[in-house]
Ligand binder design. Sequence first.
Ligand SMILES: Cc1ncc(COP(=O)(O)O)c(C=O)c1O
Length: 383
Amino acid sequence: MIPPVDLTEQFKQIQAEVNAAVTQVLAAGQYINGPIVQSFTEAFGQYVGTDHCIVCNSGTDALYLALRALNIGPGDEVITSPFTFIATAEVISAVGATPVFVDIDPDTFNIDITRIAAAITPRTRAIIPVHLFGHPVDMGPILDLASRHQLAVVEDCAQATGAQWQGKSVGSLSHVGCFSFFPTKNLGGCGDGGAITTNDPALADTMTMLREHGSRVRYHHEAIGVNSRLDSVQAAILAIKLRYLDQWNQQRAAVAQRYDALLSDVEGVVRPQAPNFGQSVWNQYTLRIVGSTADGQERNHIQQKMREAGVICMVYYPIPLHLQPVYESLGYKPGDLPQAEAASHQVLSLPMFPELDAARQDTVVATLKQVLSEVGVKAAQYC
Ligand SMILES: Cc1ncc(COP(=O)(O)O)c(C=O)c1O
């Protein structure tokens, strides 16, 4: 079986370091807010290049805390992509605001920057661009729009730790950057974790307060907050992994480049395109099965056949957020955001992780070619 991600191989590389660091934390007995949490926080903030970094429990909490600190709530609208993990929109709803979905660019799968202006209303308070699959969003036009309309920009960097836009790290480009350390992310812990980055001291202060039960001084609570800390054990593991992150991201880029070469003559698929204005960190290598039917059945069939042949591919994401049952009340209909809908019927993510070697990549591609020829994918009906 070739899995979509294999975390065990990475662990083997750093096992001795991780064992020593975890043992040290366990022996020291400070499992919450220990010195390792502080030093990892500083190291991660430096890596992203912001003045402030606040670590927390998950990428979802990072986004939630950012919106809370920006005082976004009932009556407000927040613009984001419909083609992302639910957490991006979920937090908008969790603070009582309304998500407004803008269709995606078919080439990058990221929010279509040319369509954002038309979605701005007097209620719009923020934009959440998502650097999906590791590819940075082209931030320039978004930052211009935001400053013209006095909107906040919160980058969802969950899938893009280490990616760059015009030479700067994602998460340092806007008001707030939100990161996930979920195990399969580019910088993944051995459990949940997240971080928030910002250059705004007031926002940093509010997010820190909200993260600690709305408290700056112990047992003195000034807001309804949450408990969202990063465990010391996770911080110790992440501190080790951070030192390898650039190397692992380069290995991912090499895997992507090799897939590109191996797939260059394969009909019926469109390869993912890396942006020319920045650097992707290839969290996913996501193809389009261009001839797939509008209900995604053909793509699903290909996924199933690949699985039977021992290659597990994933579908991120089979239903765009505007058509999720939970958002029925927003009133979107099929056809409203055609690019996101087409993507959800066509995408297929091939196995992607830094340690994926040439032999297994060859097997993935040979299996895909075989399955495509059996299924007979041809015409680009839904490009
Ligand atoms: C784009 C995106 N945003 C937010 C999140 C939420 O991160 P977490 O799982 O750490 O809460 C994820 C994680 O899957 C994600 O992929």
